[in-house]
Design a protein around this ligand. Structure first.
Ligand code: GTP
Length: 335
């Protein structure tokens, strides 16, 4: 079976980190996000993954020069212009010649979903498409999905006001689709799967959905990207990974508390790093204090940074004390 993974977005909310590395290639506990995701697809029997690329395709070619990711064959489909979620899925499916049931998923989620169980649910119902759903505590910021007792989608409620819906489950970004869904999507124009294609399928009674309680996180914001990393080192997930990457140099007097250090990063003497992610190649001088921060660049001696996001080219001067800043500062993003 094929899977199409959407990896062509701009990753605006994770700037400045995504200035140098596209979001799906950012490491989560020292393994690229895309490798976590493709490994899960491989376990479900997916034999070929089609990467729906747009913005910055070159780093993907460089990251997987053999055309293999987590042991699964890759096919690259590069859009001439951003086609939005459905446009990108259809472009990639046509490019790769997909003509039977396939999986499609957003490239910026991490989850423990057993994709094979979603495929089985889809087949049992004879659905044209099936969406994976996940519960949230506060659905007011999401597109909520209402289903009937047999698992057919009845309605989407975008950012519901209190009392507007009883449902607490949202679209979790993994789908099983029949090839006929591709025919619903006009070639060459921007089409959203969530806003245009799924509502049309609901109107036809062809869209099913399956909710699971497994681990699920959308890693697209700084706060959730940080949490996704820490969840993999502290036992929040079934999988526990090492918190320090290969060839990292951590001074003996530095203390790491609930923190991930990437490969080749350098951590100076007396640093105290709490609830943070130091990305591959970052350099921290002596006596740096980090709390809930993400660092790719260079941080000088004695800096004290809380809830900061530091990009690859940034050099933070010694002694800087900052809270809630991004360096360099992207015009549009928030913690
Ligand atoms: P933000 O700019 O921070 O909103 O991130 P994003 O651009 O990644 O957008 P969003 O999180 O809404 O996208 C969900 C998924 O679809 C991500 O995996 C994106 O990479 C992908 N995506 C969004 N738009 C496109 C597109 O036009 N083409 C392709 N190929 N992928 C897309």
């Amino acid at each position: 079976m094929h899977a199409v993974v959407l990896v062509g977005g701009f990753g605006t909310r994770l700037r400045p980190l995504t200035y140098s590395i596209p979001k799906p290639l950012l490491p989560i506990a020292n393994v690229r996000q895309l490798e976590h995701l493709v490994a899960g697809l491989g376990r479900a029997g997916v034999s070929r993954v089609v990467l729906a690329l747009g913005f910055k395709p070159e780093p993907f070619f460089e990251a997987f020069p053999e055309g293999l990711c987590a042991g699964v064959d890759l096919h690259y489909a590069v859009e001439p212009e951003p086609l939005d979620t459905a446009g990108a899925i259809a472009f990639a499916a046509r490019d790769a010649g997909i003509d039977s049931t396939f999986v499609a998923m957003n490239g910026d989620i991490l989850c423990d979903l057993d994709v094979a169980s979603l495929v089985a649910f889809h087949r049992e119902r004879g659905a044209e498409g099936t969406i994976h759903l996940t519960p949230v505590d506060d659905p007011s910021q999401y597109g909520v999905v209402e289903t009937d007792a047999d698992g057919w989608v009845r309605r989407f409620v975008e950012k519901p006001a209190p009392g507007e819906t009883e449902s607490r489950v949202i679209n979790a970004g993994t789908y099983v689709l029949e090839a006929s869904v591709v025919e619903r999507i006009d070639p060459g124009r921007k089409v959203s799967i969530e806003r245009e294609i799924f509502p049309a399928m609901v109107a036809d009674g062809h869209l099913a959905a399956m909710a699971t309680e497994d681990y699920w996180i959308d890693t697209g914001r700084a706060e959730t990207y940080l949490r996704a990393n820490l969840d993999l080192i502290d036992g929040s997930r079934r999988l526990i990974l090492s918190s320090v990457g290969p060839q990292a140099h951590v001074a003996a007097t530095a203390s790491l508390v609930h923190t991930v250090v990437g490969e080749n990063a350098v951590i100076g003497a007396g640093c105290v790093l709490v609830d943070s992610v130091v990305l591959p190649g970052a350099r921290l001088g002596d006596g740096v204090r980090l709390e809930r921060s993400l660092v790719m660049g260079t941080v000088g001696d004695g800096c004290d940074l809380t809830e900061c996001v530091i990009g690859a080219d940034a050099v933070v001067s010694a002694g800087t004390v900052a809270k809630g800043v991004r360096i360099p500062d992207p015009a549009r993003s928030s913690w």
